[in-house]
Design a protein around this ligand. Structure first.
Ligand code: C6P
Length: 423
């Protein structure tokens, strides 16, 4: 199990890895090296056990039946809400809304709060780094509401160019929507400063925290943001669960998103009133068992300590960048200052398609992601169609980095002619 000490957080990696059954898998006769954590993380047996235990002992619908199972299921589901609130420093668990994923949480804000708040001519500020989940809803809404989308561009090494903010933020800005950590470059956005600058012009700040909450301490009070979204499946939890956090007064003022069971106060044939928070924004039967198991994932991460997770990934990142330096066939992307960067390395092997790189790595049991990673405007800026991405999590080891490096040696061997032509 992991240990966090006050001064130097360290992880007992051998013990920790024992908790993840899938890490014992072999692919093509070799042990799995899982470096696709930004896409989704693996799950510890504690989370898997919770899922099985729930279905074997307490399965029932929630907030409905008054029988024992219904009460147990409701208690377990609501317990996760409290754990999620504690994890991000929410003022109360009523500020936590369960969704399917980050994408749905952001769309919820777009089609409730933003649809009401935006008038023709208003402006939404996003960044060049955004995942399509934090871009497409705003593009759609801008079209629907005749609003304008303004973009924070990047410095040459892929940080946000804050010099443009004075021009971009005006009294017409209603929302700044920013990814806390980029899923491609790893860039960590200076959210506190963005919040201060957004609030100074009366705008709200939405943080896409899909790649930050799983990897580092995040506190919504310290960030001073207004909305924050993340996904359970990227942080040891099951798929199908997302979290939307927003300040209570904003949630209170928002109209419901979907209509149906649970979200109502009273329904007659000519009138409907809404339930209190958080239920007003959770229509229908939710993903009960997966939310319950997500609670176990949060407890697991809390035991390890988010500062320890961040420190471990930063060490792996530093080691990997050192090992991958001075290889002329590699084009590496992302900030050089590791304090401003999460545990993600995207790159291209010159002259070789990212899918081919990924396929050769997969032959050696190394799982990475290839393509545009749902960030086409960023890849347009990088001037490449796609990239290969290795992304770390708490169970990765320096040996995984070594495997990646020798995997890339193999890519070089196989594609030496194409690489030679490109150099
Ligand atoms: N990025 C990746 O491989 P969902 O799919 O809703 O759980 O998360 C969407 C999302 C939003 N923002 C950021 C910054 C993300 O990285 C992601 C998911 C995965 O990079 C899958 S495309």
């Amino acid at each position: 199990m992991a240990v966090e000490t006050a001064s130097a957080p360290t992880l007992d990696l051998a013990a920790l890895r024992e908790d993840f059954p899938i890490l014992r898998r072999r692919i093509n006769g070799r042990p799995l090296v899982y470096l696709d954590n930004a896409a989704t993380s693996q799950k510890p047996r504690q989370v898997l056990d919770t899922l099985i235990h729930f279905y074997e002992h307490s399965n029932a619908n929630i907030h409905r039946g008054v029988h024992t199972l219904g009460a147990e299921a409701t208690g377990a589901y609501e317990r996760t809400r409290t754990l999620a609130a504690d994890l991000i420093g929410a003022a109360s668990s009523e500020e936590i809304i369960f969704t399917r994923n980050t994408t749905e949480a952001i769309n919820l804000i777009a089609y409730t709060w933003a649809l009401e708040a935006l008038q023709p001519g208003d402006e939404i500020v996003v960044t060049r780094l955004e995942h399509h989940s934090n871009l497409v809803p705003w593009l759609r809404l801008a079209q629907e509401r005749e609003a304008k989308l303004c973009v924070i561009e990047l410095t040459p090494d892929g940080r946000l160019d804050l010099d443009s903010l004075d021009e971009l933020l005006t009294e017409r800005t209603k929302l700044v929507a920013v990814g806390h950590a980029s899923n491609v470059l790893g860039t960590i956005a200076p959210v506190e400063e963005l919040a201060r600058r957004a609030h100074a012009v009366g705008a709200r700040l939405l943080v896409d925290a899909a790649q930050s909450v799983p990897h580092q301490p995040v506190n919504v009070q310290e960030l001073s943001c207004d909305f924050l979204a993340f996904s359970a499946h990227k942080m040891l939890g099951p798929t199908g669960v997302g979290v939307l956090w927003a300040r209570q007064e904003l949630l209170e003022a928002m109209p419901p998103f979907l209509g149906g069971g649970s979200m109502i106060g009273r329904v007659t044939l000519d009138r409907v009133t809404w339930n209190v928070l958080p239920y007003k924004l959770e229509a229908g039967t939710p993903n009960i068992a997966d939310v319950v198991a997500f609670g176990t994932a949060i407890e697991y991460l809390q035991r390890v300590g988010m500062a320890a997770v961040r420190a471990h990934e930063r060490e792996l990142l530093a080691y990997a960048l050192e090992q991958l330096a001075d290889r002329p066939e590699l084009e590496l992307y992302g900030p050089t200052d590791l304090d401003q960067r999460g545990g993600v390395i995207s790159f291209n092997v010159r002259g070789v398609h990212s899918h081919d790189v990924s396929t050769i790595l997969d032959e050696q049991a190394i799982a990475v992601r290839a393509g545009h990673h749902c960030t086409q405007p960023l890849h347009e800026w990088l001037d490449v169609a796609g990239s290969t991405r290795a992304s770390f999590y708490l169970y990765n080891t320096p040996a995984d980095v070594d495997a990646l490096v020798s995997g890339l040696d193999r890519v070089k061997e196989v594609f030496h002619r194409a690489i030679g032509r490109a150099l």
